[in-house]
Design a protein around this ligand. Structure first.
Ligand SMILES: Nc1ncnc2c1ncn2[C@@H]1O[C@H](COP(=O)(O)OP(=O)(O)OP(=O)(O)O)[C@@H](O)[C@H]1O
Ligand SMILES: [Mg+2]
Length: 354
C-alpha cells in the first residue's frame, strides 16, 4: 500500500444542524456525506462534480478551515480534526490552499511583496523574507522587481501566479486548489496549468485539484474522484474514469451530449428539522435521473466498491451497462452499444415497473 499524504475517512459536513446534546440536534443540510479519498505523495487527485456537490466544502474540511460533523481527516497519518496548537500549525504549513480568486479576501492596499510574505510573518518564519519573496516570484515566472506593485496592476494569470507563490511560501507538500483557473481565459489557463505541472515536478508537490472543467482535469490529474450531492460516487485513475466510467452519473457527465443547464446550482437535499431519520438521503441520490434505477436503489445506499484495481464505484448496477468507447469529447457509446443499452433499460423497466 502506498502511503497517503492526505486521507479523508468517511467525512461528513452537515450545515445548520440544530444544537443538541450528544449529537441529538436534528435537521440540517448535508454538504458532504461519508466522503473518503486519499492523495498520495507526488500525485494529483482531481475532485469533480456539478456545482453545489460539496467540492469546496471537502477542501475546507481537509484544511480544517471548517470543522467536520463526522469522520476523520489525516495528513501524513496525523489526525487533522483533533490537532491543536503547534501540531495544527505545522499541519497548516504543510498543506496550503490556492483559490479561484486569490485576492478576494486580501486588502487591495497590500503590495505583492506583502501578499507573498504574509504567511512567512504569520508563521514567524526566520530568515530574509525579502530574498524569499524574490525567489518565490521567480519560481512562478514573475519579475521580482515588480514586487512593489499592487495586485490590480497584474493580469488574471499573473494574479494567480502570485496566489501560487503565496501558497508556496511555507514550503508545503500539498496544495489544495479550488478551481484555480476557472476565472481565466482558456489560453491563460493552459499557462497556469503548465506552471503547476512544472512546480509539482520541481518541488515534489501533491495536488488536490478541484475543477468542474473536464478538459483541465484530463490535462493535470493522475486520479479522478467524482462527487454527486455530497457523496463520492466514483474514483479511479484518469485513464479508467475517462475511458471506462462505471457510474451512470459519471457517464452522463463525460458524454459528448450537452446536458441541460450544466451550470445550474442544484439545491442540496434539505433535512426537515423535525425528523429524527434523514429522509431524502436514503438510497442512491442519483436514482431519479438514472436509467438503471431499481427498487433497491431507493432503499439501499450504494457504498463505494471496487470494480477494478483502484477503481471504486458507488452503484448497485454499475456492471449492467453497455461498454463505453473513448470519443472526442469524452466517453461515448458506439451505436451498437447504445442500442443494446436501450434494449436493456427497456427490459429492465418491464421486469420491475417503477
Ligand atoms: N456555510 C454554509 N452554510 C450552509 N450551507 C452551505 C455552506 N457552504 C456550503 N453550503 C452548501 O453545501 C453544499 C456544497 O457546497 P460547496 O460550496 O462545497 O459546493 P461546490 O461543489 O464547491 O460547488 P461549486 O462548484 O459551485 O463551487 C451546497 O448545497 C451549499 O449550498
Ligand atoms: Mg466550490
Amino acid at each position: 500500500m502506498t502511503r497517503s499524504l492526505l486521507e479523508l475517512r468517511n467525512v461528513d459536513k452537515i450545515y445548520g444542524r440544530g444544537a443538541g446534546l450528544f449529537g441529538s440536534g436534528r435537521g440540517g443540510t448535508y454538504a458532504v456525506e461519508g466522503v473518503s479519498l486519499s492523495v498520495r505523495p507526488g500525485e494529483t487527485l482531481a475532485l469533480v462534480g456539478e456545482s453545489g456537490c460539496g467540492k469546496s466544502t471537502t477542501a475546507r474540511l481537509a484544511l480544517r478551515l471548517i470543522e467536520t460533523s463526522g469522520g476523520e481527516v489525516l495528513f501524513d497519518s496525523k489526525d487533522v480534526t483533533r490537532a491543536r496548537g503547534a501540531t495544527l500549525r505545522s499541519l497548516r504549513e504543510r498543506m496550503q490552499m490556492v483559490f479561484q480568486d486569490p485576492f478576494a479576501s486580501l486588502d487591495p492596499r497590500m503590495s505583492v511583496r506583502q501578499i507573498i510574505a504574509e504567511p512567512l510573518q504569520v508563521h514567524r518564519v526566520k530568515g530574509d523574507h525579502r530574498a524569499r519573496v524574490d525567489e518565490l516570484m521567480a519560481l512562478v515566472g514573475l519579475r521580482p522587481d515588480h514586487a512593489g506593485r499592487f495586485a490590480h496592476e497584474f493580469s488574471g494569470g499573473q494574479r494567480q501566479r502570485i496566489g501560487i507563490a503565496r501558497a508556496l511560501a511555507l514550503n508545503p507538500e500539498l496544495l489544495i486548489c479550488d478551481e484555480p483557473v476557472s476565472a481565466l481565459d482558456v489560453s491563460i489557463q493552459a499557462q497556469v496549468i503548465n506552471l503547476m505541472l512544472d512546480l509539482r515536478a520541481r518541488l515534489g508537490l501533491s495536488y488536490l485539484f478541484i475543477s468542474h472543467d473536464l478538459s483541465v482535469v484530463r490535462h493535470i490529474a493522475d486520479r479522478v474522484a467524482v462527487m454527486h450531492l455530497g457523496r463520492m460516487i466514483e474514483s479511479g485513475t484518469k485513464a479508467r474514469i475517462f475511458s471506462a466510467p462505471m457510474h451512470p452519473y459519471t457517464r452522463t457527465m463525460l458524454s459528448a451530449v450537452p446536458q441541460p443547464d450544466p451550470g445550474r446550482r442544484k439545491p442540496a437535499v434539505r433535512i426537515p428539522a423535525t425528523s429524527g431519520a434523514i429522509p431524502g438521503r436514503e438510497g442512491c441520490l442519483y436514482r431519479d435521473r438514472c436509467p438503471l434505477a431499481s427498487a433497491r436503489c431507493a432503499s439501499e445506499r450504494p457504498q463505494p466498491r471496487s470494480v477494478a484495481e483502484g477503481h471504486l464505484v458507488a452503484c448497485h448496477h454499475a456492471e449492467e451497462q453497455a461498454p463505453f468507447v473513448l470519443g472526442q469529447g469524452g466517453a461515448v457509446l458506439t451505436p451498437g452499444a447504445q442500442r443494446r443499452f436501450e434494449l436493456y433499460v427497456r427490459k429492465r423497466a418491464e421486469r420491475s415497473p417503477a
